[in-house]
Each structure stands twice: as C-alpha cells, then as structure tokens.
Design a protein around this ligand. Structure first.
Ligand code: GLN
Length: 309
C-alpha cells in the first residue's frame, strides 16, 4: 500500500485536484444555517483497520451529520426492535427518487428504504426510551461510541433551523401515521429526527464510524464487537444500494463503495477489511450529495483500487 507519508500525499493531492469543483454545486438553503458554511472547505480522514489515521485539508472542521445519521440510527433501531419488526415497517429497495420525495409513499405499504427521509423517520420512531430526552441521549451516546468521541454534541442552531423549516418531513410523518406505518406524537418523532441530523461531527468522526462497518462491526483497535455482524452487513448493503439517493447507481459505478451522504456536506464511506473514510465539502449536487466529496472518493477509488465491484 505504501508508506503513511505516501498515502497522506495521495489524500492531499486528491483534495487539491478536486477542490475547485465546489463551484459546480450549491450550499443548501432549505435549512438556512447550512448555507453559512464556507463553500471552499474540503477535508478528508481515513483510518485503516490497524487504527492508523491519514488526514488532509479541513478534516477537523465541524459540520452537521444530517443523513449520515440514517444508517447509524438504523443500527440502533434494529438493536432495539429486531430486524423483522424494523423491515416490516420500512423496505430495502432503491427508489430512484430524491431523498425527501413523497411520490413513492402514497399508494405503497411502506417507505422504500431507510436511507430516504420517509424511511429514516419511520426508523427514528422505533428508537426506545421513556421520552424524547432519553431517546436522543441514547442516539447521541451511540454516535459517540461509534466515533470514539465523547464530545459529539447537538448543533442547536441547525436543529432549530431545521425544526423551523421541516414541513416536508412533517408531511411524510403525518402521512405515514395515517397509513399505520408509524404511531405516536408526530411532532416528537420529527423533533428527534431533526436532532439526530443536527449532531456535529468532523471527518475523523465519520472515518471512525465507518471503519467499524468496514471491519464487519468490530472496533479494529479495541477488538470489541460494537455491531452484530448480520446488522453490519444489512446496513452496509443499504448504504451501497441506496446511500447516495438517486445517484446511488452512478456512484456505484464510479466509486464502488458503500457510502452515505448528508446535506451537511459529509460522506461516510467504508472499504471492506481496509478503511473507514470521512470526507467533507459543503456544496451539493442536485441530489444533495457533496460534489467535492464524491470527486475525491472517485479519485481515491481509482488510485488505491478501492471499488468493491
Ligand atoms: N435533515 C435533512 C432533511 O431531513 C437530511 C437530508 C439529507 O441529509 N439528505 O432534509
């Protein structure tokens, strides 16, 4: 694979070669605080299964996790309820539609998959706890454990911004309750979803989370099993097939990794038995994926021969 210095150089080159593509994307303004990010920021961290880190650029910059939270909360929901119950309520098929689409909700028995908003909200509604405070505390603690970072916190401003503008998500949730897909207080359910999306992370956090998936659920450093192997496999598969929304197909061809993007600009990707990767670039393509993040992953996939296909 080459030395640590060589890999760090490859990361630095890939940021430099792709940074300018930020101009092809846009900052999301449907959640107003996200539009305040520095559009030129770009960072990456990789951690290998020996626990060695390689980073470049703005890898310590914080951003909100947004939809990268979806596979992680899915893991917790399956641990809480079992696979059968969760997938009784949410499907496992790609949609080919935008992440917040309502089209494939009406007339279908359940949301297509847990990586789109409707499916993710249904998953969030299954998290156990006596009240929302306890449920959020469980999600935050789980994220901290995966990221090995006790300092992960809620970004209050983004949370409030999203709560203020989140009517599409409310619509999805109310419709799902009408269809008996979810139950309970809708405002509380979407509030918990807005909070899980507004947890602040950086590239190192995402790389740490991803390497556990890459290592089939075992923390490669402590060798502790964090996620049962079967659940890790389900979540990785859903990331590979649905993680980049209606760009999942071309991303599979061009990059070939199980990955999950978020509108905060982060992408978490895993290379089986090799690496966890966190990449950041806040301007997005029309599907809500980081433009520079995808470019950087493409270059790395080609240079380091990372594609699983
Ligand atoms: N919180 C965002 C939303 O619900 C997450 C979307 C995303 O990251 N793609 O709209």
């Amino acid at each position: 694979m080459g030395s640590k210095k060589e890999l760090t150089q490859i990361l630095e080159d890939s940021l430099k070669n792709n940074q300018n593509y930020y101009k092809q994307g846009e900052l999301p303004n449907y959640i107003p605080t996200l539009a305040k990010a520095d559009p030129k920021a770009v960072g990456i961290s990789m951690v290998d299964v020996e626990g060695d880190f390689y980073s470049a650029g703005d890898f310590e910059t914080n951003f909100t996790i947004q939809s990268v939270s979806k596979p992680l909360v899915l893991i917790l929901a399956i641990l809480d309820n079992g696979t059968e119950l969760v997938f009784d309520k949410v499907g496992v098929e790609p949609t080919g539609d935008p992440f917040n689409s309502i089209i494939k909700l009406t007339g279908f028995a359940k949301p297509y998959n847990p990586m789109i908003n409707a499916g993710a909200i249904a998953v969030t509604s299954m998290i156990k706890g006596k009240d929302n405070e306890e449920k959020f505390d469980r999600i935050l603690k789980f994220f901290r454990r995966l990221a090995k970072n006790d300092e992960l916190e809620l970004d209050q401003e983004t949370y409030l911004s999203e709560k203020d503008t989140g009517d599409r998500n409310r619509s999805l949730a109310y419709y799902m309750r009408d269809q008996d897909i979810i139950e309970g207080d809708i405002e509380e359910i979407v509030d918990l979803y807005f909070k899980q999306c507004s947890i602040k992370v950086n590239c190192i956090d995402l790389a740490n989370m991803a390497v556990i998936l890459a290592n089939q659920g075992i923390d490669p450093v402590t060798e502790e099993r964090i996620i049962p192997k079967k659940i890790a496999r389900i979540v990785r598969t859903l990331m590979a097939t649905c993680g980049m929304y209606d760009k999942s197909g071309s991303f599979a061809i061009e990059v070939g990794l199980a990955a999950k993007s978020g509108v905060g600009g982060g992408i978490m990707a895993e290379v089986p038995e090799r690496f966890g990767i966190g990449v950041y670039g806040p301007t997005l393509d029309d599907k809500g994926n980081s433009i520079v993040g995808m470019r950087v992953l493409k270059e790395l996939s080609e240079k380091l021969n990372l594609s699983i296909f």
